[in-house]
Design a protein around this ligand. Structure first.
Ligand code: ADP
Length: 379
């Protein structure tokens, strides 16, 4: 009978037996294998240290008296490393002195069983510690999810509070100016003010679009409807939408995708990704620069590449890009404002579609954002 709680099958767990006596290994191995545990064996402490890295055991049954490196020292080293400190260790030993038992627990073992042992008791103890390990892992995961949810909520409020205010203040200011002075202003001046109003409305609308999409994705309300889509078309449509901005900034915007390139993904999400990445390229590229979009195929993926010859980013800043708990945003080369939400949304949507996003950038030279998406063969 398998014992499964919320997808966790403890009888599939990997148990590392560390013992230098062949007979002990055989006895233990057959007891555990009867219960369908996966077994790995190390014959001394040093072997155990490398086996732990290799097989990533769920629990260790550790003898104490062994050549090379004894069980106490092995336990100490495992507990010192962040990668292995959480693996439960049960000492299984002929050392029955109270001082040894105390030492074992002080070194961080979860249990101490003396030889000769009772097979049923050993199994019950192993099971209990596997359950506990699983509960700890679930708690840690939930804690991490909770921390992310709190960071997301904080970010949401901060955007509503700060970033939405800017464009609306500009809108109110300029429209009021126009209302009060409409009769006095020359046509040129009116045009200039209307342009400001238009730019601000566009900025607020882009921001709201990202905010709504992101809020939906956070609450699981966003639909994921993948189908066969042609990346070349999506890029073309977005270039048409953003061409005005490119012309105004005197940035050359062009696609090098010459033939249809099909991916299996959600069209709405891919549109948002492409628009955000091209917008960023334009935003952070000065007069006379270039934003270029290309694509390359591998066996399973299409990689979409958005490169610009803009201001680029330093290594420290690149590390802040996709993090919800870090509010990182800088003004564009024409003082465009932002929220630092676009790339977080891009990463979320790319991953939802089974792809990955990465970035290469050099300060003063430009940036390259690369996204992979599952390829779909054309008809
Ligand atoms: P926003 O552009 O609204 O601030 P993003 O998440 O799209 O939000 O980008 C976060 C930050 O990353 C930007 O503010 C900018 O500092 C940096 N960044 C993004 N794309 C580029 C780029 N192509 N070139 C230089 N910096 C960029």
């Amino acid at each position: 009978m398998t014992d499964t709680t919320a997808g966790f099958d403890k009888h599939n767990s990997m148990i590392l037996i560390v013992d230098d006596t062949q007979q002990n290994i055989q006895v233990l191995g057959s007891i555990l294998m009867k219960e369908n545990y996966q077994i790995s064996v190390a014959r001394n402490g040093l072997e155990a240290l490398s086996a732990v890295e290799e097989v990533k055991p769920d629990i260790l049954l550790l003898d104490i008296m062994m050549p090379e490196l004894d069980g106490f020292e092995t336990c100490k080293r495992l507990k010192e490393s962040p990668d292995t400190k959480d693996i439960p260790i049960i000492f299984l030993t002929a050392k029955i002195e109270t001082d040894d038992i105390i030492k074992g627990f002080e070194l961080g073992a979860v249990d101490y069983i003396t030889k000769p042992f009772n097979a049923k008791e050993l199994l019950v103890r192993v099971n209990t510690h596997l359950d506990l390990k699983h509960s700890h892992e679930s708690l840690r995961l939930k804690e991490q999810q909770l921390r992310e949810a709190i960071a997301a909520k904080d970010r949401f409020f901060s955007i509503v509070h700060h970033d939405l205010k800017d464009p609306f203040n500009i809108l109110i200011g300029f429209s009021q100016l126009l209302l009060l002075n409409y009769d006095k202003y020359e046509e040129e001046k009116i045009k200039e003010i209307v342009q400001h109003i238009f730019d601000s409305t566009k900025q607020a609308s882009n921001l709201l679009e990202n905010l709504v999409q992101w809020a939906r994705s956070q609450t699981g309300q966003i639909q994921w409807s993948p189908c066969k889509i042609d990346i070349r078309n999506i890029v073309k449509e977005n270039i048409e939408i953003l061409n005005d901005t490119a012309l105004k900034k005197n940035v050359r915007l062009h696609s090098e995708i010459k033939k249809p390139s099909f991916v299996y993904a959600d069209e709405n999400m891919i549109n948002i990704i492409v628009r955000n990445l091209i917008s960023n390229g334009l935003k952070y590229t000065p007069d006379g620069g270039e934003v270029r979009i290309s694509a390359r195929d591998s066996d399973e993926f299409v990689e979409l590449i958005i490169s610009d010859t803009g201001i680029g980013m330093g290594k420290d800043d690149i590390e802040k890009l996709f993090r919800i708990d870090v509010h990182y945003t800088t003004r564009g080369t024409s003082e465009e404002t932002g929220t630092g939400l676009g790339l977080i949304l891009c990463k979320k949507f790319i991953e939802k579609n089974g792809g990955k996003i990465r970035v290469e950038s050099t300060l003063g030279k430009g940036s390259r954002f690369m996204c992979t998406l599952p390829k779909q063969e054309g008809d």
